[in-house]
Design a protein around this ligand. Structure first.
Ligand SMILES: Cc1ncc(COP(=O)(O)O)c(C=O)c1O
Length: 426
């Protein structure tokens, strides 16, 4: 029995039910130690945009590791590939006069944003401007800021108070955004955090015009807009940035995941020149924040190669091509009694299981998830009771069609067996 403590797991249940141990990945397929083959319908945890087993990225990692695996990026130091990647991210991002702070993942990016924002206002003689507004259903990673900003109750609760200066509002409630700013006092509200499309909360695309109107409210009240594009960035909705797609230029934009397609851990915070100004102008100011692996050369080399592949194979266009087909490929699942809705956006979908219908049948959503796995499909049960669909951008219509068939079979089959304890992801 391995001593590995799984993230987002109930270890009693994981120990009892046994692990699924993967040994190999090729394009959209994963292979386990027992020789079973699975379609990776979640692209790992939303990240594997270019698919598994890309030798080009492995070779780029090997070359960089042999030349200079990593060096400190604190103070005056950097690696050449770190600078090239930061400039590439800056050039692609819809942030005014951008500066790019590199991290090791999405949660790092969220915490970094929270701290940069607080220092920004402190240096602007507004130290009382510390409140952050976040949304119900939001997922912003699991560091202290992310846990406090979380709008998924199970993730937010149970830790005591981490960052107390957070207010939550309804996911798409523009009136609540403005009212909360006014009630708290704009002089106290530093930032509004939003995922352009709510991801782990259940794949909820916003109503038309929502993000633009939210950006306008923030601008009017001097509140910074932070777009968390850890899931929606780097092509998941067919463009580098989904803020851009919705016509919005955030003050800070957070990225991770598809930046490297998961071949190395890497995240980024793209910060506007105006927010960075007190750190850069005049005598400047030390930002006493950073990670050992901020700007890690090998992670940056993996990102560069991954971005080359995305460009050369026009994989954002592939998402644009698949997006209008998804409702037809997956939508008929909504006709099943135990599926209440199928939501899609870009190459993202959530198949919302109907908890009441499953209960009536004496079945659980966890059994549906397992049934999908038994049929060679790796999906994931989100805490709202929906199955996640976010495959590599290389997924074919045939593969998506087979996924839909397997989900239909799994949903139809449940109800005869005994109940199992539900295990849900973030
Ligand atoms: C929107 C969003 N922000 C932040 C994170 C945290 O990223 P990480 O798990 O790399 O720390 C996630 C992870 O799923 C995410 O979906």
């Amino acid at each position: 029995m391995s001593r590995f403590w799984h993230p987002f797991a109930n270890m009693a249940a994981t120990t009892k039910h046994g692990r699924v141990v993967f040994t190999r990945g090729r394009d959209c397929m994963l292979f386990d130690v027992e020789g079973n083959e699975y379609f990776d319908a979640t692209a790992g945890l939303w990240y594997c945009a270019v698919g598994h087993g890309r030798e080009r990225i492995a070779a780029a990692i090997g070359r960089q590791a042999a030349e200079l695996a990593s060096c400190t990026c604190f103070d005056v130091y950097a690696s050449d590939v770190t600078l090239r990647l930061a400039d590439r991210i800056a050039a692609a991002s819809p942030v005014e006069d951008p500066r790019v702070f590199l991290t090791s993942g999405g949660s790092d990016s969220v915490d970094t944003a929270g701290k940069i924002i607080r220092r920004h206002f402190a240096l602007r003689d507004q130290p009382q401007k510390t409140m952050m507004i976040a949304r119900e259903g939001a997922y912003h990673g699991m560091h202290a800021y992310g846990t406090s900003l979380a709008g998924i109750p199970g993730n937010h609760d149970g830790w005591g108070t981490l960052i107390p200066e957070v207010a939550h509002i309804g996911a798409f409630d523009l009136e609540a955004l403005e009212r909360t700013i006014v009630e708290l006092g704009a002089e106290r509200v530093a930032a509004f955090f939003a995922e352009p499309v709510i991801g782990a909360g259940g794949v909820f695309p916003p109503p038309q015009g929502y993000l633009r109107q939210a950006a306008e409210i923030c601008r009017r009240h001097g509140v910074l807009l932070v777009c968390d594009e850890v899931v929606t960035g780097v092509g998941r909705l067919g463009q580098w940035s989904t803020s851009d797609r919705f016509g919005v230029r955030p003050d800070l934009m957070l990225m991770a995941k598809a930046l490297t397609s998961g071949y190395q851990p890497l995240g980024a915070v793209v910060v506007s020149g105006a927010v960075a100004e007190p750190f850069y102008a005049g005598e400047g100011e030390w930002l006493k924040h950073g990670y050992t692996y901020s700007g890690h050369a090998t992670a940056c080399a993996a990102a560069m190669e991954n971005l080359d592949i995305l460009e050369e194979e026009a994989l954002f266009d592939r998402v644009v091509e698949l997006e209008p087909k998804l409702p037809a490929l997956l939508g008929s699942l909504a006709e099943l009694d135990a599926v209440s809705e199928v939501r899609t956006a870009g190459l993202l979908a959530a198949i919302q299981l109907d908890a009441a219908e499953l209960e009536r049948r004496g079945a659980t959503a966890a059994e549906v998830n397992e049934g999908c796995r038994d049929r060679g499909q790796i999906t994931r049960l989100l805490s709202c009771g929906a199955l996640q669909f976010s495959p590599p951008f290389t997924a074919t219509e045939e593969q998506i069609g087979r996924f839909a068939e397997a989900v239909e079979e799994a949903v139809t089959a449940v109800g005869s067996g005994s109940k199992k304890v539900a295990q849900t992801g973030p």
